[in-house]
Write a protein that binds this ligand. Structure first.
Ligand code: SF4
Length: 293
């Protein structure tokens, strides 16, 4: 079979994830039987997690962290709510804080905001939990998380009062176009639309990837999107590919690739999320070249 393969040069780890993985590797380097705890998966990608587990990185959840004392725990790029820092202090846990500077900035802005806050983000996502924790650390003022336009109608009147000022923030990895739609829908509900303050808090790296990925998806006859199914950013970017190229497939491992997806003369584009390591994109390209040709 004849085909071309191109890896999207803008795909792969974002700066925040690169920084967290590098800090974990540095901490474990040269240590035989080294062990470092990571609060939550350092990256939503099972292949990368397996690689890091082999050098001693062990993911734990917040309940497990509460039972640990005198150990070192890495805080991943998503950040954490204030409660986590409190537990670390009480349990004499040393933190390697890899909260992405962009997320940290967003947390500070939320902590400094008065009144009602809406967060456009994925409910239960680690970054969103951290942002909600920051909002709760203020003196008063409700906070509500909405995932999409449809969610707005599910908000109870006791949660948000549209006759009063509202400030909205977005999780850093959400879709910028959807954020505009959400803001517009909220504005239409406000008694005085000028009382809605919109903060542009989607990560610039994510915004740039959206426009570049659209071009990439259009320029290839078939797209292989490599990403963990748990990755929030992965879901958003994969849907973006699919909306511009109907032959887009999301895969987590090479075993999921099916020969019947491909036809002779295909131009195959390989891309991924901010949590997809470069080595996995390259591995995918090599696999195609070896098995389909
Ligand atoms: S997507 Fe942006 S804000 Fe989020 S961790 Fe990566 S660099 Fe930081």
């Amino acid at each position: 079979m004849e085909f071309n393969v191109e890896i999207d040069r803008y795909s792969g780890f974002c700066n925040g994830v690169v920084r967290a993985v590098k800090r974990a590797e540095e901490n474990l380097s040269g240590k035989e039987n080294g062990l470092l705890y990571s609060l939550g998966a350092i990256v939503h990608n099972n292949s990368e997690l397996e690689r890091l587990a082999k050098i001693g990185l062990r993911s734990i959840d917040s309940t497990q962290m509460q039972s640990l004392k005198n150990v070192t725990v890495l805080i991943r790029a998503h950040g954490e709510p204030p409660k986590t820092y409190q537990i670390a202090k009480e349990n004499n846990i040393k933190l390697i804080d890899c909260t992405c500077p962009v997320v940290l900035q967003l947390q500070k802005r939320i902590a400094a905001t008065q009144g009602q806050i809406i967060i456009f983000g994925k409910k239960g996502h680690a970054e969103v939990n951290g942002l909600v924790g920051m909002a709760h650390s203020r003196d008063g003022g409700n906070v509500v998380v909405i995932e999409n336009v449809a969610d707005i109608d599910k908000v109870e009147p006791s949660e948000i009062d549209y006759s009063k000022p509202i400030t909205i923030f977005s999780q850093t990895t959400k879709d910028p176009v959807e954020y505009r739609h959400v803001c517009q829908a909220i504005r239409e509900k406000m008694h005085s639309p000028e009382q809605l303050t919109i903060n542009d808090t989607i990560c610039k790296q994510v915004v740039q990837r959206h426009s570049r990925l659209i071009e990439f998806a259009k320029n290839h006859s078939i797209i292989l999107f490599v990403s963990g199914k748990e990755s929030s950013n992965g879901q958003v970017l994969y849907e973006l590919c699919r909306s511009h190229n109907s032959r887009s497939y999301q895969i987590e491992s090479l075993q999921e690739i099916k020969k019947e997806w491909f036809t002779d003369g295909d131009s195959v584009g390989i891309c991924g999320a901010t949590s997809t390591p470069q080595w996995q994109l390259e591995q995918c390209a090599t696999h195609l070249t070896q098995t389909l040709k």
